[in-house]
Design a protein. Structure first.
Ligand code: FES
Length: 211
């Protein structure tokens, strides 16, 4: 990372969230089975009005030190909800099992290009940490997390856990890969991201400086 965090002072998380954008934060928080609080802060030295506008596209830094296995944290980046999930070994094991049921298991489709470091089965840098945009690729609803396995309304008896978009019934696995023959045409977007340390994650910029 080219900018030194020590040179910056961060506003509180609440300062970074416009009131009208709280709707999806509340919805996503309610949807998560084990949801953690959002604690994203823009990488800016202050938040005067003109700088606030610029921050809409700025990377955000997130502390994931408190993210327990099986928990999901939602932060805002470019006005979109980004989910950060610490997957359990069982969640990771499900990824291979469901692959034959997926529309694009290798993330080859290009509508939402996957960064090279996430073009793998778990679609992430670290296998246990998923970072994905929580917006359905069909018509833009926010899916809900359905981490519990087995039969549930709208899901089959062999449901292996993942995400469900109740708007038109699209299902996604624990890597955000869409099941075949569903309305959503693509996997969930993986934003560019990188780690500053084991517990500090940046969303919206990667080690090559690409956003
Ligand atoms: S918006 Fe998700 S299935 Fe239609």
């Amino acid at each position: 990372m080219s900018q030194s965090n020590q040179e910056l002072s961060f506003p509180s998380p609440t300062e970074s969230i416009e009131p009208e954008r709280r709707t999806w934060l509340i919805a996503c928080g309610a949807a998560g089975g084990v949801a953690a609080a959002a604690t994203a802060v823009p990488i800016l030295s202050s938040m005067a009005p003109s700088e606030k506008a610029r921050s809409a596209g700025a990377p955000v830094e997130v502390d994931i030190g408190d993210l327990a296995p099986g928990a999901i944290k939602t932060v805002e980046w470019r006005g979109k909800p980004v989910w950060i999930v610490r997957r359990t070994p069982e969640m990771l094991a499900s990824l291979e099992k469901v692959e034959s049921q997926l529309a694009d298991p290798k993330s080859d489709r290009t509508a939402f290009p996957v960064p090279q470091y996430a073009k793998n089965r778990h679609r992430s840098i670290k296998p246990e940490v998923l970072v994905t945009v929580g917006i359905c690729t069909h018509l833009g609803c926010s899916p809900v997390s359905k981490f519990e396995t087995g039969n549930q309304p709208g899901l089959g008896a062999d449901w292996a856990g993942g995400y469900f978009c109740p708007c038109h019934g699209s299902n996604f696995d624990h890597a955000g890969r869409v099941y075949a023959n569903k309305p959503a045409p693509d996997n969930l977007e993986v934003p560019r991201h990188m780690y500053l340390s084991d517990t500090r994650l940046v969303i919206g910029r990667d080690e090559k400086g690409e956003a």
